[in-house]
Design a protein around this ligand. Structure first.
Ligand code: DGY
Length: 324
């Protein structure tokens, strides 16, 4: 049996989580939780973590240099997400603070949601639902809400990590050709690695799965939209800033592509004015991992990661392993 701490280290949780991750944390930490169900401002996070040894935060929290420097006792940052672009990883690494993340467990859930977006936009599900609810359905019609088939088409996966591969795997049920681009050489049975340029030129559905880094910021801008087929759809379930949102809006308006399915936005939660007016875009509020099962598992994993660090053990997943 693992010995628990006599005097528990302090932990601040920036927002309450589903499941019993907080109970688990409380076995090892003196936990304080943001009492309100809202994103805290940076200065509020700072005031809460000044004296804390651990931080469990969300992808909506900005944990930049100022925040990290304001917490001299901080020994672990556990992010309730697989992405960690909300954290100044260089500053955390400089301070030798492990930044833990939650990969793996949200792969299938996010891949499913990606497919929900693909089918929703290509088959115009949202428009058709609104039409039906509004009492406009007066009878079957040969050209009512025509969309495009996904079966037999080409799916282009940008970034063949866990989620990209899971999205690709689901395409076999639709007899699709799968191509992917990746910075490193990767193998996937039944899929072909191509350059990003070839992918953009040939895919019917382009799905983004690269993490947001300096290199991938605005990976898809005006130039990339010009390469795409006029009948292409862009799907983004990774991070909004991988796409230059103003270029996407222009591409949609000018008919450079046929539609888009978005779960994430460049300046979340703000959405570029103009996008919401377009019928050929499906817009979701960043719910890629939002199932009871997955969000509960994420809470337990984020808790386990923080506990492992405080016990001097290896966490399940860490973004800056060099600090261990
Ligand atoms: C993540 O974990 O990075 C996801 O965006 C959460 O849905």
């Amino acid at each position: 049996m693992v010995e628990k701490f006599k005097t528990k280290p302090s932990l601040f949780l920036t927002r309450n989580l589903p499941g019993n991750g907080v109970e688990k944390l409380s076995e090892y930490f003196d936990v304080s939780v943001n009492p309100e169900d809202r994103v805290l401002e940076k200065n509020e996070i700072i005031s809460h973590i000044r004296d804390k040894e651990a931080l469990l935060c969300l992808l909506t929290d900005t944990i930049d240099k100022d925040v990290i420097q304001a917490a001299p006792r901080l020994k672990v940052i556990s992010n309730y997400a697989v992405g960690f672009n909300n954290i100044d990883i260089i500053e955390a690494t400089h301070r030798k603070i492990p930044v833990c993340i939650t990969p793996g467990i949200l792969t299938d859930t996010t891949a499913d949601l990606t497919w929900a977006l693909i089918l929703a936009v290509t088959r115009r599900i949202i428009e058709a639902d609104a039409f039906t609810r509004n009492g406009l359905f007066t009878g079957w019609s040969p050209s009512l809400f025509l969309g495009l088939d996904v079966s037999q088409k080409t799916l282009g996966i940008v970034g063949l990590g866990r989620i990209g591969a899971a999205v690709a795997k689901r395409a076999s049920g639709f007899d699709m050709k799968v191509i992917y681009s990746s910075r490193s050489k990767k193998e996937m049975v039944g899929a072909e690695q191509v350059s990003l340029e070839t992918l953009l030129k040939t895919a019917d559905i382009i799905s983004l799965h690269v993490p947001l880094t300096k290199e991938t910021h605005h990976l898809i801008d005006e130039h990339q939209f010009q390469l795409m087929k006029k009948t292409a759809y862009l799907i983004n379930t990774t991070r909004g800033a991988v796409v230059k949102e103003s270029a996407l809006l222009n591409a949609l308006k000018k008919g450079e592509i046929l539609g888009a399915g978005l779960d994430v936005y460049e300046n979340e939660p703000q959405i570029l004015e103009g996008l919401t007016a377009l019928p050929n875009v499906v817009l979701l509020p960043h719910i890629g991992s939002a199932t009871y099962e997955t969000r509960t598992k994420m809470a337990l994993l984020a808790a386990d990661n923080a506990i492992a660090i405080i016990k001097g053990q290896k966490p399940h997943a860490i973004a800056n392993p060099e600090v261990l």
